[in-house]
Design a protein around this ligand. Structure first.
Ligand code: A3P
Length: 317
């Protein structure tokens, strides 16, 4: 396709299904779309590397510097996760806890990595900032009483969720035919996927699990008993919650409640991603995808990376 025609079709996409995307991502996607006939790589598969961490290509060296030096404010809360671990879920729980107890003005940032810093500056405190960055690459101004909540999920379900999610992103279709589950899993195990190595990411955060300003959560625990986990999160954020208050938030944050809540900002992105951030929301979907051989290889990797670290997961609840 000629470049002018490509640019034109991109502009149509940009003004319709991609309307609500951050400008930065749109620019990168456009470049990638224009370059697509000349290269085999893609925006998400090409990677920036920092401290051994593999990051999506839209993160530049310049960005990495500004992440570390970002001016935090007292009360800022970072909501960290490896992609597809329950980022949206955690953000909604925190929103339901914080919103009625703050000014009511929007103070949530969907993704720190692509945020506009001027807009961030203008948000009222406490800002709640979601991020997929490794712990080490985030700003750490502890004197500002910044808090960090991380949600981890068992890696087999993360791989499955990521496979379905990334195959829905048009950018992959620009460059190559859909990758198979087998190919995707191989890349996931090597850490050559948009979130980088699952194990490096979760262990990087796990090392800080006992810090006073860090709360380390597990997706499977939330599935087992959401109400108790809501109480733990509220307490960590400085709110003492009664059982009734926790129950109220938990009811609004079940998978079904979130799926049918059309006001959730994340639903706006569904058209672009072609797959919902709320797909199945269960523990154990890995059973529908892994072959016996894949399970064996995965288990070896899991044990070699996590044995002795204290970090482990339940694979069914
Ligand atoms: P599945 O693809 O396995 O369904 P993220 O927000 O980090 O992108 O993670 C998305 C995953 O979290 C999806 O997993 C999604 O269904 C699940 N999820 C989102 N909200 C949830 C909820 N309220 N309860 C359970 N799972 C939820």
């Amino acid at each position: 396709m000629k470049n002018t025609l490509k640019a034109l079709s991109f502009n149509i996409l940009s003004n319709t299904v991609m309307k609500d995307m951050p400008t930065k991502i749109k620019k990168q996607l456009k470049q990638s779309w224009l370059d697509s006939s000349n290269t085999e790589t893609s925006l998400f598969l090409q990677t920036t590397r920092s401290n051994g961490y593999v990051l999506p290509n839209f993160i530049t060296e310049e960005d990495l510097k500004s992440f570390c030096t970002f001016k935090t404010r007292p009360g800022d809360v970072f909501l960290g996760s490896y992609p597809k671990s329950g980022t949206t879920w955690l953000a909604e729980i925190v929103r339901c806890i914080v919103k009625p107890r703050s000014s009511g003005k929007e103070n949530f940032v969907p993704l720190f990595e692509v945020a506009d810093y001027e807009q961030l500056e203008a948000l009222p405190s406490p800002r709640c900032i979601s991020t997929h960055l490794p712990f080490a690459l985030l700003p750490h101004n502890n004197e500002n009483n910044v808090k960090y909540i991380y949600i981890a999920r068992n890696p087999k379900d993360v791989a499955v969720s990521a496979y379905h999610f990334f195959e829905g992103i048009p950018i992959f279709g620009f460059k190559r035919s859909r990758c198979t589950w087998e190919e995707f899993l191989e890349n996931f195990m090597k850490g050559e996927v948009p979130g980088g190595s699952y194990f490096d990411h979760s262990l990087g955060w796990w090392t800080h699990k006992d810090d006073d300003n860090v709360l380390f959560l597990k997706y499977e625990e939330l599935k087992k008993d959401l109400q108790s986990q809501v109480k733990i999160i509220a307490e960590f954020l400085g709110f003492h919650f009664s059982d009734e208050e926790a129950e109220y938030v938990a009811e609004r944050c079940t998978f079904q409640a979130m799926k049918s809540n059309s006001n959730l900002p994340i639903h706006k992105l569904t058209k672009f991603f072609k797959t919902s951030h709320l797909r199945k929301g269960i523990v154990g979907d890995w059973k529908n995808h892994f072959s016996d051989e894949q399970l064996e290889q995965f288990q070896k990797l899991y044990e070699s990376r996590l044995n002795g670290t204290g970090l482990n997961f339940e694979f069914e609840v």
